[in-house]
Write a protein that binds this ligand. Structure first.
Ligand SMILES: Cc1cc2nc3c(=O)[nH]c(=O)nc-3n(C[C@H](O)[C@H](O)[C@H](O)COP(=O)(O)O)c2cc1C
Length: 158
């Protein structure tokens, strides 16, 4: 399950939104305009099981998300879902992965403290003995030009 965000974790002026997640789950989120820039020279890595629940995170993931590792392991990856991200982007991600293909895209992620960070993500299925046993996402620093482009594009999608 995924819990609502907690007001006491939020840093700065915030707005609130109710996200509609997969399986008709809703989550109340609080979000601010405070951006954490992507750290130079680092990869942010996570893996999930086939249902999208987090099974592994690296140190950069923990630092950027603002959560503790034990809060992330076992949580659905939508714990990072930002209200500015259109559902269509994640539909495309899951359709692509379910076809056994790699997905690349730009994602605005929500931190535990309500702030956000942009990533350029590459997500691949992990195949063992012909079966999908999970997925791994490796994230790099996105260019400001691409971020500006996605901000415009995502406003037009839902
Ligand atoms: C390996 C992997 C990494 C993912 N990384 C993110 C992420 O960083 N941020 C995010 O919002 N969703 C990420 N997702 C997509 C989520 O699983 C989820 O589909 C999305 O947050 C939208 O939530 P929903 O599918 O419940 O509607 C990832 C999925 C996989 C398989």
């Amino acid at each position: 399950m995924i819990s609502d965000m907690k007001i006491e974790d939020i840093i700065g002026d915030y707005r609130e939104a109710e996200l509609s997640l997969y399986h008709s789950i809703t989550r109340k989120v609080y979000y601010t305009e405070i951006e954490t820039p992507y750290p130079d020279g680092k990869l942010i890595v996570s893996s999930t099981n086939p249902l999208g629940f987090i099974t592994h995170v690296n140190r950069a993931f923990v630092e950027m998300s603002g959560y503790l590792e034990h809060e992330l392991i076992g949580a659905p990856h939508s714990i990072l879902r930002h209200p500015d991200m259109p559902a269509a982007a994640f539909q495309d991600l899951w359709n692509t992965l379910q076809n056994g293909e790699k997905w690349q895209g730009y994602v605005k992620n929500l931190r535990k403290d309500g702030g956000f960070y942009w990533v350029k993500a590459t997500v691949i299925p992990n195949i063992r003995g012909g079966q999908v046993v999970g997925y791994t996402s490796v994230r790099r620093k996105p260019s400001r030009a691409k971020i500006a482009e996605r901000i415009q594009l995502y406003r037009t999608l839902s």
